[in-house]
Design a protein around this ligand. Structure first.
Ligand SMILES: CCCCCCCCCCC/C=C/C(=O)SCCNC(=O)CCNC(=O)[C@H](O)C(C)(C)COP(=O)(O)OP(=O)(O)OC[C@H]1O[C@@H](n2cnc3c(N)ncnc32)[C@H](O)[C@@H]1OP(=O)(O)O
Length: 725
């Protein structure tokens, strides 16, 4: 392939009169501009040649297409690529050239047909697929819409309700389901794919198979009145579930236009809104997240050294509490044999019981069969000593946050585990150098920080010290991939990346409340901003025991910028420890539904008098925008410190850590991306002003001050950062 072009298509014309056009753009045959323009010229040639009767489109190396080349959106957003005429791809090429052609086309789908890939196949006159192929329109997840005709053709092929489900959830279906839905005409083994597709294409020419233009089909569409009701319901749901995003509603507009005014009007509307959504801020954020998420596994100096991950055949976990049992669940779900160690029979039984309950909940929900449950549970063995650790390849310690206990465990592990065994700790805050102080195995000590519940939450913070070997990081990245986690590799310090960013967020909330802001209004503003819940509801969920233990670490290590509020310790003294005790910042009923508690005032007033804070009339009347700024700009400030210190090597890693570890809304692109969308100058000036009024908690760090004074982007690489990695 020419190195200046991004992908191509090749066409071969067989003696049977079928032209096979192959999409070639590794690794997923995405539809770059080069691929699309090549496809067009191949098509024009095929249509003009007398020796071509029909056309088959397929993808190279077992993948049809992963859709439009997502980096193309970035080029359009940055202005480095001019967008073609509105509707050029979907109307001019796919509809008027391909679908309306005098020669039929058949899509031969192997592996996957996603987004623009599936849309291209739907413009063909039939689709043949291999078993298990993934078929979907995941565009909304990227902030764009199925703009290559998908809003028009999918409802006509599978019906309006199923099309809405597939488009709004972005979830793909397998080929077998696609077949029963009418999206796929035949499912055949891989070896028969091309021959079947060629024959099918010729059968269409000979009228032995129907010549169907999906865009003209009407048999699967409901009557107009019913369609309008279905769309009205979908709009209501969308507004509720994605209140801060416009593109799903714009997508529904395109769907509705097609149903009400016909497919041509629908395609035109789709082209119009498709081109508009590209410049939405939410789209920019989501596309940034797509590439940043895939970028976390690219660690300079580690993953560029040609190291091959070693095979991890068996894992041991120490501690069967909430974290340990969650980690064990995640591992056995991905077929890793696991030994769970506890200190006595009672704790061991409880730990195994937790793993069982995690899996049983899947059986109850129907996502796991009873046989699979038994098979998965059989991978878990309990142990009360270290004898069975002699052949494990990795240990993950997940006991309580007690330094001397962890030091003892690591010293024991060194004695019992084989020399190559990775020694990981699930600590969320403690310095790993301290944990490994009593060993000579520093090069294989690493942090594997999971988030609770570990079998559900997607983030894995991989913490490396100055001594951790690159091989160990590569191994853990591989385990992370196998257990379907998004890993972020960070440096060693108190709180690592996620908890360091988290801490100022809850602290800022306590600070505001002590000065008169309403905690329930803060929670409401933060939820509207897009966080899954506000800081007070979150403290209740995590529990005050954990909140106090974490705060203690931060007060010890970063005293100059820790705000010491007594609200939580005062409530804890009164045996209100959050949701688990049914009382915290909120009161909880039997169904764990939270409602505000008028008694909370009492604790706030007492904490206020202890800290000597006064009610500040300005802070009592904060607008929602001010609440967001005062709670999240301190987070940006800490993220800047983490970045400047080299704890994170890329700003984009902090974006992913914030999204998957804190629940920061993905459509805002992550903490640093969001900060840059506001501007470093403004953030710096606000923090600087608050620090003068309210103290050092808000004081901008040197990195933010430097970039803010110039208005420079916070996410630009740190030259010669004082790397601690
Ligand atoms: C002409 C346009 C201008 C006019 C505007 C018109 C209006 C807009 C109309 C748009 C209509 C069509 C839109 C689309 O098709 S958007 C794309 C839809 N597709 C997807 O969302 C799929 C995304 N990809 C995935 O889900 C997975 O990558 C996949 C399941 C395909 C494979 O997963 P796997 O785990 O095996 O691998 P990775 O995810 O790590 O990916 C491997 C590498 O491939 C890169 N990749 C994947 N998909 C794309 C893509 N569509 N475009 C570009 N690059 C893609 C991914 O980044 C990885 O790269 P690296 O190895 O470098 O990290």
């Amino acid at each position: 392939m020419d190195s200046r072009t991004k992908g191509k298509t090749v066409m071969e014309v067989g003696s049977d009169g079928v032209a096979v056009i192959t999409l070639i753009n590794p690794p997923v045959n995405s539809l770059s501009f080069d691929v699309l323009y090549n496809l067009k010229s191949n098509y024009e040639e095929a249509l003009s040649r007398n020796d071509v009767k029909a056309i088959v489109i397929t993808g190279a190396k077992g993948k049809f297409s992963g859709g439009f080349d997502i980096s193309g959106f970035g080029e359009i957003q940055k202005g480095t690529r001019k967008e073609p005429k509105v509707g050029y791809i979907s109307i001019d090429i796919l509809t008027d050239l391909l679908e309306a052609a005098r020669k039929p086309s058949v899509a031969a789908i192997d592996g996957l047909a996603l987004g623009g890939g599936l849309e291209l196949s739907m413009a063909c006159h039939a689709r043949i697929s291999t078993p298990g192929a993934q078929l979907g329109l995941p565009e909304l997840q990227l902030g764009v819409i199925p703009g290559f005709g998908g809003t028009q053709r999918l409802p006509r092929l599978v019906g309006l309700t199923k099309a809405l489900e597939m488009i709004l959830t972005s979830k793909p279906v397998r080929a077998e389901e696609g077949h029963s839905l009418g999206l796929i005409d035949a499912v055949v083994p891989s070896a028969e794919l091309l021959t079947t597709a060629r024959r099918w294409a010729l059968d269409i020419v000979e009228r032995r198979k129907p010549w169907i233009s999906s865009v003209l089909k009407t048999d699967k569409l409901p009557p107009l009145g019913e369609a309008r009701e279905i769309l009205k319901f979908a709009r209501g749901q969308t507004r509720k579930q994605a209140p801060n995003m416009k593109h799903p509603l714009m997508c529904l507009d395109a769907l509705e236009t097609g149903i009400v005014s016909g497919p041509r009007a629908g395609l035109e509307k789709e082209a119009e809104v498709g081109s508009q959504v590209i410049s939405l801020d939410t789209t920019k954020g989501l596309i940034h997240v797509f590439f940043s998420q895939r970028g976390t596994v690219k660690v300079p100096g580690v993953t560029d050294r040609g190291l091959i991950p070693r095979k991890i055949k068996k894992v041991a976990i120490i501690g069967g509490g909430l974290m340990g049992s969650g980690i064990a669940t995640a591992l056995i779900l991905s077929n890793y044999p696991v030994i769970l160690k506890e200190v006595n029979e009672k704790f061991l039984e409880a730990g195994i019981g937790r793993v069982k309950a995690n899996l049983q909940s899947r059986v109850r929900k129907g996502s796991m069969s009873k046989e699979k449950f038994e098979k998965t549970m059989s991978l878990l063995k309990g142990s009360l000593d270290y004898e069975s650790f002699r052949d494990v390849d990795m240990v993950i310690e997940a006991v309580i946050e007690n330094i001397s206990l962890k030091q003892q465990i690591f010293a024991d592990l060194e004695k019992y585990c084989p020399q190559h065994c990775i020694l990981a700790s699930n600590t969320s805050t403690i310095d790993l150098n301290k944990i490994g102080e009593r060993t000579k195995s520093q090069d294989r000590i690493v942090g594997a920080h999971f988030f609770s519940p570990a079998h559900v939450m997607p983030l894995l913070e991989i913490v490396r010290t100055n001594h951790t070997s690159a091989q160990v990081i590569v191994d853990l990245l591989d385990v992370g991939k196998k257990i379907k986690k998004t890993p972020v590799v960070v440096g060693n310090c108190t709180g690592f990346a996620v908890n360091r960013m988290f801490f100022p967020y809850t602290q800022a909330a306590m600070f505001l409340v002590e000065r008169g802001a309403d905690p329930y209004l803060i929670d409401s503003a933060v939820s509207k901003f897009g966080m899954p819940m506000g800081p007070f509801r979150l403290c209740d969920l995590v529990g005050f025991g954990v909140a106090i233990a974490t705060a203690t670490q931060f007060i010890e290590n970063f005293p100059e910028r820790t705000y010491k509020s007594m609200i939580i310790p005062l409530m804890q003294e009164d045996k209100r420890a959050g949701e688990a005790t049914r009382k915290g910042f909120y009161l909880y009923d039997d169904k764990r539904k939270a409602k505000p508690d008028p008694e909370l005032k009492k604790y706030i007033e007492k904490a206020r008098s202890m800290s000597g804070a006064n009610v500040d009339p300005k802070l009592v009347k904060l607008s929602e925008k001010e609440i967001i700024e005062m709670t999240f700009f301190p987070v940006v400030n800490e993220a800047c410190r983490v970045f400047a210190e080299g704890i994170a090597v890329k700003a984009a890693d902090l974006d992913i850590a914030a999204i998957f570890g804190m629940g920061f809304p993905p459509y805002r692109g992550g903490i640093m991306f969001w900060a840059d969308s506001i501007g470093s100058k403004y953030i710096y000036s606000r923090l600087d002003e608050w620090s003068k009024t309210y103290g050092d908690f808000f004081k901008p760090c040197a990195f933010l001050a430097e970039r803010g004074s110039k208005g420079a982007p916070l996410s630009a690489p740190v030259e010669q950062a004082r790397s601690r990695l």
